[in-house]
Design a protein around this ligand. Structure first.
Ligand code: ATP
Ligand code: MG
Length: 199
């Protein structure tokens, strides 16, 4: 073995020992709060990946979509009829296109009330609050109401919040936070949303 190979092997051995020690030290189980934010693509689709993982263990998941998007998105077609999934499009939802703030607030409130029921149900392993951050940004719902409901959930229940511009208080409360950076997006190159990728 050359000196370079030897050095490489020694570095790999030390790295493995360090990783093994960290794995051995992480022995705790806990219901996690995850926040997926940032301007890049991949927040909601990552949350739906965790829904698939949860179902793979025979556990239940609940998804609340707070923004009215396309009706026939692939994730809804796939998951909504699954017996272990609760899938709620929250009322009409609200969009940047609606002009009726009172109606938007009522829809947000109705959706949040349903989400609160899931956040009290220990039979649900994963709750996805998709695009929840916009309710805070637009002041339709306050974090003073959202955070206590999330914090009072069953101890082993995981919660994923998605949406751009997550508030600092939400980030502080979370266990795992990813801010996805927008490096490139095909949309800016004139490519419309692609089935299976964007919806
Ligand atoms: P996805 O659902 O694909 O994981 P996302 O949840 O990270 O996306 P959203 O802001 O919720 O992002 O936007 C949802 C839709 O907008 C998707 O069709 C997605 O491809 C598209 N999109 C996301 N980020 C960008 C971007 N930076 N530029 C243009 N379109 C975007
Ligand atoms: Mg999204």
């Amino acid at each position: 073995m050359s000196a370079t190979d030897e050095a490489h092997r020694e570095r790999a051995r030390k790295h493995k020992a360090a990783v093994d020690a960290r794995i051995a030290a992480a022995q705790r189980d806990k219901g996690l709060l995850l926040v997926l934010t940032g301007n890049g693509k991949g927040k909601s689709s990552s949350a739906f990946g965790m829904v698939a993982r949860t179902l793979g263990y025979g556990r239940k998941a609940a998804v609340f979509q707070f923004i009215k998007g396309a009706e026939n998105v692939g994730e809804r077609a796939f998951f909504a009829s699954h017996p272990d999934v609760i899938w709620e499009k929250c009322g009409e939802g609200f969009t940047w296109e609606t002009q009726d703030r009172t109606r938007d607030i009522a829809a947000a409130r109705a959706g949040w009330d349903k989400a609160c029921a899931a956040l009290r149900d220990p039979g649900i392993s994963l709750v996805v609050l998709d695009e929840l951050t916009y309710l805070v940004t637009y002041r339709y719902l306050g974090l003073d109401e959202i955070l206590p409901a999330i914090e009072a959930r069953p101890p082993m229940q995981h919660v994923v919040v998605t949406g751009r511009a997550a508030d600092d208080a939400l980030i502080a409360a979370a266990d795992t936070v990813s801010a996805i950076r927008d490096v490139k997006h095909a949309f800016r190159d004139g490519v419309r949303a692609q089935e299976g990728i964007d919806l």
